[in-house]
Design a protein around this ligand. Structure first.
Ligand code: NAI
Ligand code: 13P
Length: 328
């Protein structure tokens, strides 16, 4: 099958390699011709996935029409901030019967919607599945074993998408709960910032475990209020992704948090970064959603204050520890 991967970042590259290794004919779209030229010449995505050779059969283009031509499968994997603009560029050229799947982990900055909702709305109500789970591009691209979930209400489409990606090193489960899968994948990035801040302040493993556990409770609380199933947050796209993002040396969100915890300012940390740390954007949307639902998300609230209001991380930790006593 012809596959179009919209997004030339680390995750787009790793998933393009997975599809190519399964025998699909893959074209990756990226916005910057300079990066694409470098990938074509060096056979390596030096900017977004350095150190991993990419197979020569994958094509790289900045033309939406060329990328989408005759595609049976379309994967959207652009950072949430650019998602709307990029989908609009593809709107007229996506083949009508193609399967569409979104692997972006974030929330829309304007509407706070999850990404498959944004895509479906811009694509006139078309079905869009979600793909999410504990998967670092650096590992999946090297063929290390990993598992994730494909979710959505259209069983046939979800099964076909699973079959396109699944192989002996990349195991995919299916789920009907796209809301749970997407909220789990987006909101854990904020808790990964908190885990990194904890690392940067050298506050230890006990505090980190507490942040992760209480973080998952608040993610599930908000997700459930927004229509997700609570049990989904115990799965790969909930607890699984929270574990890997809060503990992995590959996590950008955790790394940004670590530098904030050491006292650097957000502008210094983000200044030189070409890759994305979605949690920096998601924390604002998550707090707005939580407030609109009357839901408490104390860890997420403190992360937003540190990131966007420059609150001292030590003060934030004191405020979390000083909250009134309650029942677990
Ligand atoms: N890297 C990973 O291991 C994983 C990433 N994800 C998610 O995948 C999504 C994409 O992230 P990555 O592939 O890691 O990206 P990345 O951080 O490796 O690269 C940044 C991407 O943003 C694109 N970009 C920059 N400015 C742009 C603009 N103005 N318009 C359109 N695109 C622009 C770049 O071309 C590049 O594709 C994110 O939502 C991320 O959370 C999900 C699972 C794993
Ligand atoms: O979602 C991810 C792993 O599952 C990637 O996390 P980072 O964006 O923090 O690197």
């Amino acid at each position: 099958m012809k596959a179009c991967v919209i997004g030339d970042g680390g995750w787009g590259t790793a998933l393009a390699m997975t599809l190519a290794s399964n025998g699909h004919d893959v074209t990756v779209w990226g916005p910057f011709e300079e990066n694409l030229r470098a990938v074509r010449e060096k056979r390596e995505n030096v900017t977004f996935l350095p150190g991993v050779p990419v197979p020569p059969e994958i094509r790289w283009t900045s033309s939406p029409g060329e990328a989408a031509a005759e595609a049976g499968l379309v994967l959207v994997v652009v950072p949430s901030r650019y998602y709307r603009d990029v989908i609009l560029r593809f709107r007229e050229c996506l083949p009508p019967g193609s399967l569409v799947v979104s692997a972006t982990k974030g929330l829309d900055e304007e509407t706070y919607s999850r990404m498959t909702r944004v895509a479906a709305e811009l694509l006139d109500g078309r079905f869009v599945a979600a793909l999410s789970g504990p998967t670092h591009a650096e590992e999946v691209a090297r063929g290390y074993p990993a598992a994730a979930v494909v979710a959505g209400a259209d069983h046939a489409a979800v099964g076909a998408i699973r079959d396109a990606f699944m192989n002996r090193r990349f195991r995919l489960y299916t789920s009907e709960d796209a809301a749970g899968v997407e909220y789990g994948g987006a909101l854990k990035n904020v808790i990964a910032l908190a885990a990194g801040i904890n690392d940067g302040m050298e506050l230890g493993d006990s505090a980190k475990a507490a942040l992760m556990t209480r973080g998952l409770v608040e993610i599930a609380r908000l997700g459930e209020a927004l229509g997700a199933r609570r049990e989904t947050f115990g799965g790969l796209s909930g607890m699984g992704d929270l574990i890997v993002t809060c503990t992995s040396r590959h996590s950008r969100n955790r790394a940004v948090g670590e530098r904030l915890g050491r006292g650097e300012k957000l502008s210094e940390v983000m200044g030189a970064m070409k890759m994305v740390a979605e949690g920096v954007w998601t924390c604002g949307a998550a707090v707005s959603l939580a407030r609109s639902q009357g839901i408490e998300m104390p860890v997420t609230e403190e992360v937003r204050r540190i990131v966007h209001e420059g609150k001292d991380p030590r003060r934030a930790m004191e405020d979390l520890m000083g909250r009134e006593a309650r029942n677990e």
